[in-house]
Ligand binder design. Structure first.
Ligand code: 5RP
Length: 262
């Protein structure tokens, strides 16, 4: 293997490549959002074009929908697909029980709906995403724009009485304007540092009016495929307890999705 890809991109690529093994001909596949998921979409596109793989993709964001169409994957809405065989997506953090923080790319709402409507959710990640305890990565919550400052104040007040280390929320911005999700909502990033009871927090947050969804994915992920910068890939299935490790060999040449952007 040559070294045109950085170790982190190699790790993302090999995780995505290995996760393609979970996709079979005729499947309805949830397509995640983010830089790791973009590798997956490219890999699947290659399988569609070169190996004749027939799949139907349900994207979790407008960005992913654009990329999927561009690489030749048939795209339908979740309501058209109704139920999915597998969803493959990235994550910002995963713990030992394969609970996740997601939403760094601002697509957590569609991502959670799509993953929940799937027989299996496979997360693809590099090893930096593996944590003992969730919470170092700021937890995104999607809020409706109406009254968002009041919602934020209510969230902070609620957090101060819970088992988390921080309680401040920051409205996600793009330059001078709030980041707006595909659903027209805002994202508030909660700087909690450590979440000792993620299950409880996920339930409590969704009780607060104004919060549409939070980025904690509890009992949703079935498999994590973790890539390393040297091409090794670890696969862990939480349902069977099976862990495997192998190595993806590939030629890192100029044709390897050089125009990939996300
Ligand atoms: C988008 C997400 C992404 O899956 C998460 O942010 C990981 O992204 P990346 O693969 O670029 O690190 O949740 O909402």
């Amino acid at each position: 293997m040559s070294s045109r890809l950085s170790p982190i991109d190699t790790a993302k690529f090999v995780a995505a490549k290995r996760a393609c093994d979970f996709v079979e001909d005729g499947m309805r596949v949830g397509l995640g959002t983010g830089s790791t998921a973009a590798w997956l979409v490219r890999c699947l596109g290659e399988m569609v074009n070169e190996d004749g793989l027939r799949i139907t993709g349900v994207p979790t964001s407008s960005r992913t929908a654009d990329l999927a169409r561009k690489v030749g994957i048939k795209v339908v809405s979740l309501d058209e697909a109704k139920w999915l065989d597998v969803t493959i997506d990235g994550a910002d953090e995963f713990d030992g029980e394969l609970n996740l923080i997601k939403g760094g790319g601002g697509a957590l709402l569609q991502e959670k709906i799509v993953a929940t409507a799937s027989d299996r959710m496979v997360v693809i990640a590099d090893r930096t995403k593996q944590v003992e305890t969730l919470g170092a990565f700021p937890l995104p919550i999607e809020v409706v724009p109406f009254g968002w400052q009041t919602t934020k104040a209510l969230v902070e007040e609620t957090l101060s009485s819970l088992d988390v280390m921080g309680d401040s929320g920051i409205l996600r911005m793009i330059g001078d304007t709030p980041f707006v999700t595909d659903e027209g909502n805002y994202i508030i990033d909660l700087h909690l540092h450590r979440i000792d009871n993620a299950r409880q927090l996920a339930l409590i947050l969704n009780q607060i009016p104004g919060i549409v969804e939070n980025g904690l994915f509890i009992d949703i992920c079935d498999v994590v495929v973790m890539g390393h910068g040297d091409g090794r890939v670890e696969v862990r299935d939480i349902n069977t307890g099976v862990r495997t490790e192998d190595r993806i060999e590939f030629i890192d040449n100029d044709n390897l999705f050089t125009d990939l952007t996300d």
